[in-house]
Write a protein that binds this ligand. Structure first.
Ligand SMILES: NC(=O)c1ccc[n+]([C@@H]2O[C@H](COP(=O)([O-])OP(=O)(O)OC[C@H]3O[C@@H](n4cnc5c(N)ncnc54)[C@H](OP(=O)(O)O)[C@@H]3O)[C@@H](O)[C@H]2O)c1
Length: 221
């Protein structure tokens, strides 16, 4: 396939790039700092905080699918997921590219957003401690970050595109296993960790699974 990978220098993006190239896909990487790239592939340089529509259109034109590992590197960058994903969606619409897979986070199913002001209070996959202890603490600590990811999910739901959102819990740097649990629209009971490499594995896997279109997918071991 022809794939365009946004944020291919990030933890998940780099894994997606490596696995996509290893699988024989033709990759275009969209990054703000090409020096950080781990592979020689076609590159489009773009800072998604100040997106240039022409550059983004040239990056996605002709792609069978777009993958994005975009997210804030620091608290001060919170807002980039919604803003950047909106720009990616616009470029895809302008060039008739339909398939997009992005990374969100496990708590987002219960985070209110303008497009989803009354989400369920609890995720059916969360057990007692996540629901009542860790969940509220993490949501308080990462309020802006999660609001940004919830907005990013709004952008995709409103896009009319063939989107899939992957919602991992705590990310690790362990190698790819391909052995993880997934669930549509909810988290995994006692699933507290997953590696960035396995998130990338799922992002590539769903491209062969049309039933994952317009779905948020929980992933964990
Ligand atoms: N950490 C966790 O445990 C956890 C858990 C669940 C979900 N998540 C979500 O998963 C996402 C991906 O995780 P990760 O570990 O792969 O994150 P990461 O390593 O921080 O990667 C973020 C990527 O976004 C890029 N980016 C940020 N701002 C940009 C901009 N203005 N223009 C272009 N690119 C920009 C970064 O580019 P540079 O390489 O140039 O900096 C980097 O490639 C996180 O952002 C978070 O929302 C994280």
């Amino acid at each position: 396939m022809k794939l365009t990978i946004f944020a291919a220098t990030g933890g998940i993006g780099r894994q997606a790039l490596e696995q996509a190239v290893a699988a024989g896909h033709e990759v275009t990487a969209v990054v703000r700092n090409p020096k950080k790239l781990s592979r020689e592939v076609r590159v489009v340089t773009a800072d998604l905080a100040a997106p240039d529509p022409a550059a983004l259109e040239s990056a996605v034109k002709g792609a069978d699918a777009v993958l994005s590992g975009l997210g804030p590197r620091s608290a001060s960058e919170a807002g980039i997921a919604g803003q950047g994903t909106r720009a990616i969606v616009q470029a895809m619409k302008a060039t008739n590219v339909r398939r997009i897979v992005v990374v969100s986070a496990a708590p987002i199913g219960t985070v209110p957003s303008p497009g989803r002001p009354n989400p369920p209070k609890h995720d059916p996959g969360d057990g007692f401690f996540v629901r009542n202890l860790f969940g509220p603490l993490i949501k308080a600590a990462l309020r802006k970050h999660f609001a940004d990811l919830a907005l990013m999910e709004d952008v995709l739901r409103d896009s009319g595109l063939d989107w899939t959102v992957v919602r991992p819990p705590r990310l690790t740097g362990k190698p790819v296993t391909g052995s993880y649990r997934t669930a549509y629209g909810q988290n995994l009971r006692r699933g507290l960790f997953v590696s960035r490499a396995d998130v990338a594995h799922l992002m590539l896997r769903v491209l062969r699974q049309p039933e994952t279109v317009k779905q948020a997918i929980g992933i964990a071991y």
